[in-house]
Design a binder for this molecule. Structure first.
Ligand code: NAI
Length: 332
């Protein structure tokens, strides 16, 4: 069976890592008809919109996309393409499995946790305005609907994946209404899942605990902004942004992408580590039912990482993106 999947190579190192991942998937024998789309400044130049409606339409039809990183202009310019995409497709759950990889050194021992981030609201919506010159208001919106939905998603995922505990992370001691609502929804939903432990931590304490004793956590559930920050912190526990995958999930629609950005410092140099996007693609293959191929690619990746002879620079090696991809293809 041929799967039809939207491919967004993205910007910076995006095209390099997506090309590597596409070549590995091809070598695995899974048949995919990629529908490629450009976004970002080139799309703005060509179509007058950094996120043309044809891209959203393509994902709506195909239901699955693999996406490279895109640039988000800081302090000016167009709004985040990622935020627009997540809103347009109602990709309300961001899931980032944080797992130690064989042969990848980390200061924190064996780690296996999942960070689940609410993806549609909170301060991260970028709803800001100037009240009077010199005074800016930024709106943090938390709704019962979105908080209940993401809590249910987290408990369902925990049950499906045999995980035992969910920790909600918040600052409800200060933001008693907004984070208080998020926490209250979590607690209400938790009563329907007596088989899964539910506890919570204040976000600053959670950061400290994550670097002191990460093994105590199983699933972390966070609002959008805390989730953005803590998922990068968690990526650092297992070897960094080059090795951490992600998925943005809605009801019947999914966009798989690495946690990292466009890495302008190494873009165009064939130096990026494609592992993070490859692990995201492995999540995607499982999602579309290609479990056996997903497992074969995982094994090949682990074999190459464990052997340690072919590694990209971020993992202390000298290999290029294409050499690393070729080593995985050879192992397959
Ligand atoms: P970044 O993730 O692009 O880079 C941070 C550091 O990690 C850099 O030193 C980079 O070289 C390194 N790095 C990242 N991915 C790597 C990989 N695969 N292999 C080896 N090294 C890697 O974060 P930064 O610099 O904060 O953001 C750059 C741009 O990316 C910004 O415009 C930002 O908005 C965008 N971005 C986009 C994301 C997305 O589209 N999902 C996510 C995060 C950032």
């Amino acid at each position: 069976m041929t799967h039809r999947i939207t491919l967004i190579p993205g910007e910076g190192i995006g095209p390099e890592v997506t090309a590597a991942v596409v070549s590995i998937i091809e070598a695995s024998g899974v048949e995919i008809a990629w529908e490629e789309h450009i976004v970002g400044s080139e799309a703005l130049h060509q179509f007058g919109d950094p996120l043309p409606s044809s891209v959203i339409q393509s994902i709506k039809v195909n239901r699955v996309a693999l996406k490279g990183p895109v640039t988000t202009p800081v302090g000016e310019g167009y709004p985040s393409i990622n935020v627009r995409l997540r809103k347009a497709l109602d990709l309300y759950a961001n899931v980032r499995p944080i797992r130690s990889l064989p042969g990848v050194p980390s200061k924190f021992g064996e780690i296996d946790l999942v960070v689940i981030r609410e993806n549609t609201e909170d301060l991260y919506s970028g709803l800001e305005h100037i009240v009077v010159p010199g005074v800016v208001e930024s709106l943090k919106i938390i709704t019962e609907k979105a908080s209940l939905r993401i809590a249910r998603f987290a408990f369902e995922l925990a049950r499906r994946e045999g995980r035992r505990k969910i920790t909600a992370v918040h600052k409800a001691n200060i933001m008693k209404l907004s984070d208080g609502l998020f926490l209250d929804c979590f607690r209400r939903v938790s009563r329907q899942y007596p088989d899964i432990d539910a506890d919570d931590r204040i976000v600053d304490n959670a950061c400290m605990q994550l670097v002191m004793n990460p093994q105590q956590f199983d699933v972390l559930l966070l609002e959008n902004l805390y989730g953005d920050i803590i998922s990068d912190l968690a990526a650092g526990l297992v070897g960094g942004l080059g090795v951490t995958p992600g998925a943005n999930l809605g009801d019947g629609v999914a966009v798989f992408e690495a946690v990292h950005g466009t890495a302008p410092d190494i873009a165009g140099k064939n130096l990026a580590n494609p592992t993070a996007l490859l692990l995201s693609a492995i999540l995607m293959l499982k999602y579309i039912g290609e479990r056996e191929a997903a497992e074969r690619i995982t094994e090949a990746l682990h074999g190459v990482l464990l052997a340690g002879e072919v590694r990209t620079r971020d993992l202390g090696g000298q290999a290029t993106t294409t050499e690393f991809a070729q080593a995985i293809i050879d192992a397959l």
